[in-house]
Design a protein around this ligand. Structure first.
Ligand code: GYE
Length: 309
């Protein structure tokens, strides 16, 4: 009975499964929660996790994956910082017989079947939801034009591309609504703050009706700039932001932002379940989307679940 090191079942025991987890960085509270969620759930399952932080550097992330391949881990879970540039290392993993699960961001590859599945958000649906809040908000307004300032995340990443695409798809249904300027804040608070401050110095802010920001960290930086400039956030400028960090929910309740489109960082359970099902021989779907919602000043402020990030 149990505990015998030579038991033929020994290899089936979760304790023997080693997962390499390569995270893209620690740029936001959202990201920290994403990392914790995955590590917690894999620990609960008894998997051994080798964790590496790529510190927002793709070369470093590729190096981390090569380390996992050299260690002959059983599976690799990775959050690709950029969309392109992964083919070579994924081919190496494939040649080594190591299945790869991509979490959060999407990749573009020239080759087929380089990974088992993708688990994350539909960034396009998030962009759609952000657009819907705005088109609904102005539906009955007599305003003849609505000008949006878009603060984009990091270029050449799937959340940035899809959040723009989904948003455009919806706002283009109302010819009064348009994007006045798109700035790049890289998903980073200090970067968005600097870029927005410079924008205001050069262009003023009076003709901006709406801020659409691709993540909360950037929005937080921009709120500081608004305060410096005597702009009343949520009133002078309508604010729609993506993620749903605790601090942003407080701002929503305080009326400083108008709509928070949730991006769900709690991928851990889905990753754990997928690995378990795969190891048990089940077929895994190509795409696993996680549930997400919208919180806004249009009615559901009392039903926001507590946030741990
Ligand atoms: O919205 C942002 C983070 O890739 C979906 O990255 C993720 C985004 C998230 O920095 O806060």
């Amino acid at each position: 009975v149990g505990g015998c090191a030579n038991s033929p079942d020994a290899e089936e025991e979760p304790g023997n499964i080693v997962i390499g987890f390569s995270q893209s960085g620690t740029e936001s509270n959202w990201r920290k929660r994403h990392t914790e969620s995955i590590r917690e759930e894999l620990d609960k399952e008894g998997y051994e996790v080798l964790y590496r932080n790529g510190f927002m550097n793709q070369d470093r992330q590729i190096q981390d994956m090569r380390t996992f391949i050299a260690y002959k881990v059983d599976m690799i879970v990775f959050t690709p910082i950029m969309e392109d540039g992964w083919d070579a290392v994924l081919l190496e993993a494939k040649a080594a017989g190591i299945p790869v699960i991509i979490v959060d961001r999407h990749i573009r590859t020239a080759e087929e079947n380089l990974y088992l599945t993708h688990i994350g958000s539909s960034s396009k649906a998030e962009g759609n939801r952000a657009g819907l809040y705005i088109t609904n908000h102005f539906q009955n307004s007599s305003q003849s034009s609505v000008k949006i300032l878009e603060m984009k995340g990091l270029a050449n990443t799937s959340p940035t591309n899809f959040r723009s695409e989904g948003f455009m798809e919806v706002i283009s249904r109302d010819s009064r609504i348009s994007i006045k300027a798109s700035l790049e804040g890289d998903f980073i608070r200090s970067k968005a703050k600097d870029v927005f401050r410079k924008y205001i110095e050069e262009n003023g802010w009076e003709d901006i009706d709406v801020l659409y920001s691709h993540n909360d960290e950037m929005t937080l930086g921009m709120l500081e700039v608004m305060e410096e400039n005597g702009i009343v956030p949520g009133q002078d400028i309508l604010i729609v932001t993506i993620d749903g960090q605790a601090e942003m929910i407080e701002n929503l309740r305080a009326g400083k932002v108008n709509c928070v489109v949730e991006c769900n960082p709690n991928a851990g359970w889905y990753v754990r379940n997928t690995i378990k099902r795969y190891l048990n021989g089940n077929t895994i779907p190509d795409e696993i989307y996680m549930p997400e919602t919208v919180f806004s000043d249009k009615g559901n402020l009392d039903s926001i679940p507590p946030r741990e990030y």
